[in-house]
Write a protein of this length. Structure first.
Length: 321
């Protein structure tokens, strides 16, 4: 008999986080009998040996290089046998009841294509996960200056009310998708290396007539952000690229051009700010920020191709989501 659930986890040099993720998954009643697949993105930290030794029932798919989150997931999607596919980040730990809540909603509402659930920070606090689609107008409302002043906007009203509701898109740390829907829309777009790929997928699923629903639960711990802190410039480059790809793909050429001009103008302002800080002797952080914003500006003024993957640990599936 085919399983109800297939779980796909993409990992790159996240052995210990992945081990905790799989251990937590084993404790979830909803995952008993599930098909669990790990896609290893060319890790060099012993991830493959750990999975094979400690979790013999887990299917492992290996790549000899880092394909990125979208392309790596697409390796496993055609092999999924469950009615539902759970995309899970390796730096997550599901709690009892989380997957059950998602499955229950999916079973009861046949017009729902994607279900997400409560994400929690390592300290148990609520993590932002529900967002409107990125656009030029959204970028006007939420920019890096606002981010520095307040984080209030990041927790959506849907999450504060703590009840099931339709949303535009949710972070991909823990997403349940009907397999039939994935087959209909074609899975992730591999042009997105990291950042934006789950937004793009949910946008296309919504366009195909399916609902995207947030289902609150006991929660899923998401230990995100450590990797991006090791290489903030790389994280920022991939973040900006994901936004650019999404807008260029789903909006008009005029909208994309206006967005690009607005972004470049914003980067120039920030570059001027950090230049002034450097001029008054603000120290190492100011100089590093100046260098980072300079690189971001150069990237936007250039061909806006895929930024290089840093040699340091910077898991493709988790760049400070």
């Amino acid at each position: 008999m085919e399983p109800v659930l297939s779980v796909i986890i993409v990992s790159w040099n996240t052995r210990e986080l992945l081990k905790n993720c799989l251990l937590a998954l084993q404790q979830s009643p909803a995952a008993h009998g599930a098909q669990v697949m790990v896609v290893d993105n060319g890790s060099s930290d012993g991830t493959v040996a750990m999975v094979r030794g400690d979790f013999p029932l887990v299917e492992i798919i290996t790549s000899n290089r880092n394909l990125g989150f979208a392309a790596a997931n697409n390796l496993a999607v055609p092999l999924a046998r469950g009615r539902y596919v759970l995309f899970l980040n390796p730096d997550t730990e599901v709690t009892n009841g989380a997957i059950e809540a998602m499955l229950r909603l999916m079973e009861n509402l046949p017009d729902v294509g994607v279900v997400g659930t409560t994400l929690l920070n390592s300290d148990g606090s609520l993590q932002p996960s529900c967002h409107p689609y990125y656009s030029f107008f959204y970028s006007l409302q939420h920019n890096r200056l606002v981010d520095r002043i307040t984080d209030r906007w990041r927790i959506s009203d849907v999450q504060r009310v703590n009840q099931a509701a339709d949303v535009e898109w949710m972070f991909g740390a823990c997403l349940l998708v009907r397999r039939a829907v994935l087959e209909q829309v074609g899975g992730f777009d591999p042009d997105f290396f990291v950042y934006g790929e789950e937004m793009d997928l949910q946008f296309r699923i919504r366009q195909a007539g399916w609902r995207i629903v947030y289902a609150p639960s006991s929660g899923v711990l998401h230990h995100g952000g450590q990797s991006a802190q090791q290489s903030p410039l790389a994280a920022s480059l991939h973040d900006y690229r994901g936004r650019w790809l999404f807008i260029r793909k789903h909006y008009s050429a005029l909208s994309a051009g206006v967005y690009l001009a607005k972004t470049i103008a914003g980067l120039v302002v920030w570059l001027g700010y950090w230049s002034a800080r450097v001029a008054v002797g603000a120290g190492h952080e100011a100089r590093q920020q100046w260098r980072d914003y300079w690189q971001l500006l150069i990237w936007h003024l250039g061909n806006r191709g895929r930024p290089p993957v840093p040699r340091s640990a910077l898991p493709s599936e988790e760049l400070n989501r």
